[in-house]
Design a protein around this ligand. Structure first.
Ligand code: ADP
Length: 268
């Protein structure tokens, strides 16, 4: 996996120390926690300003994401989930607060550092797959590996998501779920430290959606990629190490799953 600045090795996943639900605005782990941090979010607020309107999209978010942790974000539409995901991915910067990736503060660094962070350390998966129709699955993945520092072979990335036999197929020859798995292979082929998924199964039925979740679960386990996934589907939360429930720009509730449900058992 990629080496994080100021962070070495892989923290064991799923070593939940508490069970059940806690209601709190902060999800910081204790300072004695031996596990390593992938990202540390402190007092993050985000205000969107237009000519006549101010929208307070995030109102003070604190979060420690542990290396190799799988976090699911749930909550009503407009509660700030995508805003936080975009900030974690360096696509946007907060109005106030800190977002630490090792020693780099994504909240205050310049555009060039933010671009390097995105290129070297972050994989994105969105609801729509954004594959290039005239390229095969393998060529779509190779677009990323050609510009990466320590990429895996595109075939290896496709194999991780169970599509090695479809490497020469064009997107139009693949189902929606298969196209999304190619998009996951493309996102993880650069061995990112962080994988961010915004409604990755939003356009899929339960059966194909589960295959996509299995691919995310496998990448998280095999590569130790710290993963944050937004979903409207409460059932998907059961595969997470931690579930963050958003309300009105805040993390209103945190649940640790002491027993994670395998993706293949999830249905909706
Ligand atoms: P969620 O992902 O939970 O649906 P969002 O993070 O997309 O919520 O949005 C949080 C709030 O911020 C909403 O009120 C939304 O309308 C607003 N918002 C999001 N992006 C923008 C933007 N680019 N400009 C103005 N307001 C925005």
């Amino acid at each position: 996996m990629a080496t994080l600045p100021g962070v070495s090795g892989r923290g064991p996943a799923g070593e939940a120390t508490a069970s059940g639900v806690t209601s709190m605005a902060s999800t910081g782990t204790s300072s004695e926690d031996p596990r390593k941090f992938a990202l540390r979010v402190r007092g993050v607020t985000k205000v969107y300003r237009t000519d006549s309107l101010e929208v307070l999209a995030l109102r003070g978010v604190d979060l420690d994401m542990l290396v190799s942790e799988l976090i699911v974000l749930v909550g009503p539409s407009g509660s700030g989930k995508s805003t936080l995901l975009n900030i974690l991915g360096g696509l946007d910067q907060p109005t106030a607060g800190q977002v630490l990736f090792g020693d780099l503060d994504l909240a205050s660094c310049g555009e060039a550092a933010l671009t390097r962070y995105r290129r070297d350390h972050v994989g994105f998966v969105f609801q729509f797959y954004n594959l290039i129709p005239s390229l095969t699955a393998e060529e779509n993945v190779a677009l990323v590996t050609e510009i990466s520092r320590d990429p895996m072979d595109p075939g290896e990335a496709l194999s991780l998501v169970g599509l090695e036999e479809r490497r020469n197929h064009f997107p139009a020859q693949l189902s929606g779920g298969e196209q999304q798995r190619v998009a996951i292979a493309r996102a993880i082929a650069k061995r990112p430290a962080i994988l961010l998924c915004d409604e990755p199964t939003g356009a899929l039925d339960s059966r194909t959606g589960v295959r996509v979740l299995e691919a995310i679960e496998r990448v998280n386990k095999v590569l130790g990629t710290t993963t944050a996934l937004i979903t409207h589907n409460a059932g998907i939360a059961d595969m997470a190490d931690r579930v963050l429930s958003f309300a009105d720009g805040r993390i209103a509730e945190v649940r640790e799953n002491t027993r994670k449900r395998p993706a293949k058992e999830i249905a909706w």
